[in-house]
Design a protein around this ligand. Sequence first.
Ligand code: UDP
Length: 253
Amino acid sequence: MAPRRKKIYEGKAKILYEGPEPGTLVQYFKDDATAFNAQKKATIEGKGVLNNRLSEFFMQGLTNVGIPNHFIRRLNMREQLIRQVEIVPLEVIVRNFAAGSIAKRLGLEEGTALPRPIVEYSYKNDALGDPLVPEEYIIAFGWANQQDLDDIISLALRVNDFLAGVFYGVGIKLVDFKIEIGRVWDGDFMRLIVADEISPDSCRLWDAKTGAHLDKDVFRRDLGSLTDAYTEVARRLGVLPTNSTNMKPTLIN
Ligand code: UDP
């Protein structure tokens, strides 16, 4: 029997295993869903398979337009091969319309168009509930320097333009999203690339016509079936072929 591969890290929705070659990892997508800093938890059958496919689709799309990211290739229904990175301990959030915490903080009605895309940062720390932090904290505590932040903003806005366009094309409004950034080294030269995942777990996606939620808010706010919402996103993007008889998407490898 082959030895079980080494687990490097287990998070709320994914597990990272040692990869087949140095500098690579295997990213496994679980069916677990959490919200409100893991106070609300559930296992949602099929979520991991959908997010593996969707994250592949978006990361491959970023590669196609020249935005560097960790994705190498999908291995199977739940796993993908990625570049090992050193994660910058920030959640980089880009907002196009007000929703969630910014709507609450500033008393804005959800859906209000923002004057321009807003990039903000939370410090990745579950015990503290990922607090919003200003650039001043990030630089003072050494999580990233000014040059890194300039590069992170540029990456975040390029990802926003790409994703907003892709979603617009399938009748979905990209309200906001979160990405994570990783450092990779080529010799002494350090580069920042998009890492983690891009999926409806980390975006707010509203149907352009009806405003229906097609993202993790379905779970956070008990709005129905999360798998149905994610399947709809995948179907519109052509990530899942539909079976014409019952319109139920078939998951193919
Ligand atoms: N987000 C995320 N992980 C987090 C916090 C936020 O993926 O730990 C995403 C969230 O899905 C949304 C965006 O970042 O698309 C902005 O979230 P917000 O700050 O409004 O927080 P929330 O109201 O979701 O707690």
